[in-house]
Design a protein. Structure first.
Length: 132
């Protein structure tokens, strides 16, 4: 398997990525931990490998929350079509269950478009003034 970045979230810890595209990575999520993000407007920006592998291997024991905004694609159907069956839709985050993906329909009357920003480590870590 190709080496991938790993995100580990411990018990009672939380990581909210906000609005972002999802590339392949490994997720280790302890029971009681929460990993959440807003679904991108285009399903091509949501790689489901981390969910498929994490749920199958038992590495996802906590809550995965995906917020779905109106006008986007149907996230639950997309996940199920990609072989992820532990999916439910709940009205609020408090109803989410450990060990499954919970879709929460986010209501918003704000802008209809979203910007997706990715910062790669080489953009931050490169020292252009460094001499040999």
């Amino acid at each position: 398997e190709v080496g991938r970045n790993t995100i580990e979230i411990g018990e009672k810890s939380e990581l909210n990525l906000g609005i972002t595209g999802i590339e392949p990575f490994k997720l280790k999520l302890d029971k009681g931990g929460i990993f959440s993000f807003y679904a991108p407007s285009d399903p091509n920006l949501l790689d489901t490998t981390f969910l498929k592998n994490g749920l199958k291997s038992g590495a996802i024991k906590g809550k995965v929350i995906i917020y779905e905004r109106s006008g986007g694609f149907d996230v639950a159907t997309y996940l199920k079509d990609n072989g992820i069956t532990s999916v439910s839709t709940k009205p609020i985050i408090d109803d989410a269950v450990n060990g499954e993906v919970t879709i929460i329909k986010a209501s918003s009357s704000k802008a209809k478009s979203r910007n997706i920003i990715r910062t790669f480590s080489y953009m931050v870590d490169v020292d252009f003034k460094k001499t040999k």
